[in-house]
Design a protein around this ligand. Structure first.
Ligand code: ATP
Ligand code: MG
Ligand code: MG
Ligand code: MG
Length: 484
């Protein structure tokens, strides 16, 4: 099965179980200031879970465009280095709005995986929230999964790879204990099972999360987080299409599935045309570029343009990270924007906006890339000079002020600097960078007022920008995708 068939098999399965097939919402959440980008299938149903919005159905299923490159769920740094993370991915989901709960959710998931997709049962593991005896019993007694493959896991806040079985879309919003399904790719890949000290996530890969939505986390009058019960217990699930496809096509990483084959080949072609000569086909940089064109193209198609704040800034960081990786492989002229055509041909059937916006997306990304090529050489020169001095002194940590200056003055973001240093076994003084950034924010506050005086929108928040520059808002209005 190719990814397109897997997507439609999922939707049709849940349609046959009484679920309404609902279209993906844009990657830019229309009315949620707590969210930078759509990060899960449940986002468009947030108000339905909260009881503020009613739909003519109590069961729904979607294939949702998601971006995880900022906010609570941020995989930008993982991309290229794990087998399973993307910045843009499709999340397949089924939802119950006060209809079925744990038992049916688990039964549907198991039936779809083992009877429709025919996955071998002995390669599947499940996790449940530590105190969730009910879910544990369903897995061990009703489904019949051996207890040694059902793992109880609490909330491991802060651990980078370790599982966390209490799911939240952000710091506030609907949330609840969850039960996840993992697939074991076998001992050729390193890493231990979920919940073990050497859990890594690439051998035992999480494919599907079933969230038992029960609470709304919010900030009360005194500024403390509190949890209210939702009007009705509900279900929200999410399964990465690319991960399920990796399992079904039995390949080592998400980047070997059919969706990425053409894109990766085209990435090599455009890099060569831009001056790269010897490209290692195993280079993480190729994955980074093939991944990031998807995030950038979908983001621009949904109304964002590169800028220095909010969503536009995240888009700029993703585009620049891709371009820097191309530069690293030897590209010296713009190459990235050329992949828009390849992507539109590959995914335009499922997402027609890629075709209708194709010319605009190409132009926006090309303009951004031309600008960045002018500054990248400059920034690399400054960084190389600093690295030469560090080498002489034996220092392994780059000064935070310099990293910030590269970011702020030369348009060379921290993640790019961190990438260059990581490749050489060095790191950045992030505390120093953050301190410099804090000083800069004070000045930005004054700049924010100045912008508002000119009719631009800026929320003035100290840590999170929810504002967009005028161009982006106007641009988005033209596309009709963003209403503010
Ligand atoms: P992981 O622990 O592997 O980072 P997660 O627990 O953060 O995944 P969830 O928030 O539970 O992921 O999202 C539901 C599902 O979406 C996951 O089970 C996975 O299949 C998919 N998914 C999550 N993040 C990504 C990503 N960055 N790229 C591709 N698929 C993803
Ligand atoms: Mg994650
Ligand atoms: Mg996880
Ligand atoms: Mg998860």
């Amino acid at each position: 099965m190719n990814a397109a068939e897997i997507r439609s098999t999922f939707l049709k399965y849940f349609e046959s179980k009484g679920h309404q097939i609902v279209a993906s919402s844009p990657v830019v959440p229309g009315d949620d200031p707590t969210l930078l980008f759509t990060n899960a299938g449940m986002n468009q149903f947030k108000d339905v879970f909260l009881g503020f919005d009613k739909r003519p159905y109590t069961r729904a299923t979607t294939a949702q465009k998601c971006i995880r490159a900022g906010g609570k769920h941020n995989d930008l740094e993982n991309v290229g280095y794990t087998a399973r993370h993307h910045t843009f991915f499709e999340m397949l989901g089924n939802f119950s709005f006060g209809d079925y709960f744990k038992q049916d959710a688990i039964k549907y998931a198991w039936e779809l995986l083992t009877e429709v997709f025919k996955l071998p049962k002995d390669k599947l593991w499940a996790t449940v929230y530590a105190e969730d005896d009910e879910a544990y019993e369903i897995w061990t007694k009703e489904i019949g999964l051996p207890p040694e493959r059902v793992v109880r896991i609490g909330d491991n806040k802060g651990a980078r790879y370790a599982s966390d079985n209490f799911w939240m879309m952000g710091d506030t919003g609907p949330c609840g204990p969850c039960s996840e399904i993992f697939y074991d790719f076998g001992p050729s890949i390193a890493g231990g099972p979920p919940g073990s000290p050497d859990e890594d996530g690439d051998r035992y890969t999480e494919v599907w999360n079933n969230v038992f939505m029960q609470y709304n986390r919010r900030i009360d009058e005194n500024g403390n987080y509190v949890m209210d019960l939702l009007p009705k217990p509900s279900v929200d699930t999410g399964m990465g299409l690319e991960r399920l496809t990796r399992v079904l096509q039995n390949v080592g990483t998400n980047y070997e599935i059919d969706l990425f084959v053409t894109l990766l080949a085209a990435t090599q072609d455009v890099l060569k045309a831009a001056g790269a000569t010897e490209i290692d086909p195993a280079s993480p940089s190729l994955k980074v570029i093939a991944d990031h064109i998807r995030a950038c193209a979908f983001t621009v198609a949904d109304g964002v343009i590169p800028s220095n704040e909010g969503r536009g800034y995240v888009l700029r960081r993703i585009a620049r990270r891709a371009i820097r990786h191309g530069y690293k492989l030897g590209a010296r002229t713009p190459f990235f924007y050329k992949l828009v055509d390849v992507l539109a041909a590959e995914m335009g059937g499922a997402y027609p906006e890629l075709v209708s916006q194709q010319r605009r997306v190409t132009e926006v990304l090309k303009h951004e890339e031309e600008r960045f090529f002018l500054t990248i050489a400059n920034g690399m020169e400054i960084l190389e000079a600093a690295l030469a001095v560090m080498q002489q002194s034996g220092s392994l940590v780059l000064d935070g002020d310099l990293a910030f200056k590269l970011h702020d003055t030369y348009g060379f973001p921290l993640d790019l600097t961190a990438d260059v240093l990581r490749e050489r076994g060095m790191s950045v003084d992030e505390a120093g960078f953050n301190a410099a950034m804090g000083r800069q924010r004070e000045q930005a506050r004054a700049a924010g007022k100045f912008k508002m005086a000119q009719g631009l929108v800026y929320s003035g928040a100290a840590t999170t920008f929810h504002g967009y520059d005028k161009l982006m808002v106007e641009d988005a209005k033209v596309t009709g995708l963003y209403v503010d």
